[in-house]
Design a binder for this molecule. Structure first.
Ligand code: 6PG
Length: 243
């Protein structure tokens, strides 16, 4: 695994770099495997990146879009990560509907939805646990509590290592999430972290006491490349060493 950390003066410049990296990964994947598999981050940070992607003229028919996690709400709910990505990007490009692979949140229970998503992923990658899917690129955010995807500190989901998909929990609200082993099987993982409110947890994760820290984001050690893109509000002053 190679890891690197890049700090940018603003969210805008951070996302310009993120766009360049997504395109770099897309072009490499299509050149090598004639397809690009991408798992999206939810939340607010990536939305302008998705809006930039909507302006790109790309071989969308060779791109397959997944999500790293989803809130257990209807696809048209304001909190839906799928809704955000479709409105910002996917509804504006000529990507086949069959190439978009959202979590199905219409099931009666989160567990049923997680199982159904795992079955879909198994069929797409033609394998199942204890083998793992290999996403070309996974986009991740980080909360100010050090969670990523829907792997929240102190929850069972963080420990799940025998399934591809599990049920997360944020303050009692169910979430659907890819598991740590799946995220770590990616060829590339790209963290997009911006804002003053992320600085404290970043200092704990990357500071002198990091060995005693235990945040879910620290479990993300992909076999491929790991790149952290930070804006100055979140990342200035951190002692970050690439490897
Ligand atoms: C979600 C995300 C979550 C997000 C972080 C950061 O469903 O909310 O997957 O992990 O990436 O909470 O969110 P912001 O980008 O809004 O700070």
């Amino acid at each position: 695994m190679s890891s690197s950390y890049e700090v940018y003066p603003s969210l805008e410049t951070l996302l310009d770099r993120a766009l360049a990296l997504v395109l770099e990964n897309l072009n490499a994947a299509i050149a090598t495997r004639d397809r690009f598999t991408l798992a999206l981050a939810g939340g607010n940070t990536p939305k302008p990146l998705y809006e930039k992607l909507a302006q790109q003229d790309l071989p969308w028919e060779k791109c397959h879009i997944f999500w790293g996690d989803e809130r257990f709400v209807p696809a048209d709910h304001p909190d839906s990560n799928e809704r955000m990505a479709r409105q910002a990007w996917l509804d504006h490009v000529d990507i086949p509907a069959a190439n978009i692979h959202p979590f199905q949140t219409h099931f009666d229970t989160p567990a049923a939805a997680a199982a159904a998503h795992e079955t879909m992923l198994n069929q797409f990658w033609q394998t199942k646990a204890p083998d793992w899917p290999v996403f070309d690129l996974v986009l991740l955010g980080m909360g100010d509590d050090g969670h990523t995807a829907s792997l929240f500190p102190g929850t069972d989901a963080v420990q799940v290592c025998d399934r591809w998909v599990t049920v997360g929990n944020k303050d009692g609200n169910p979430r659907l999430t890819l598991t740590v082993p799946v995220l770590n099987s990616a060829r590339s993982v790209l963290f997009l972290v911006a804002g003053e409110n992320k600085k404290t947890v970043l200092q704990k994760i990357f500071g002198p006491q990091s060995a005693s820290a235990s945040y879910p984001v620290q479990l993300i050690q992909p076999i491929g490349s790991l790149i952290w893109l930070l804006d100055a509000k979140a990342g200035d002053g951190l002692s970050l060493s690439s490897s």
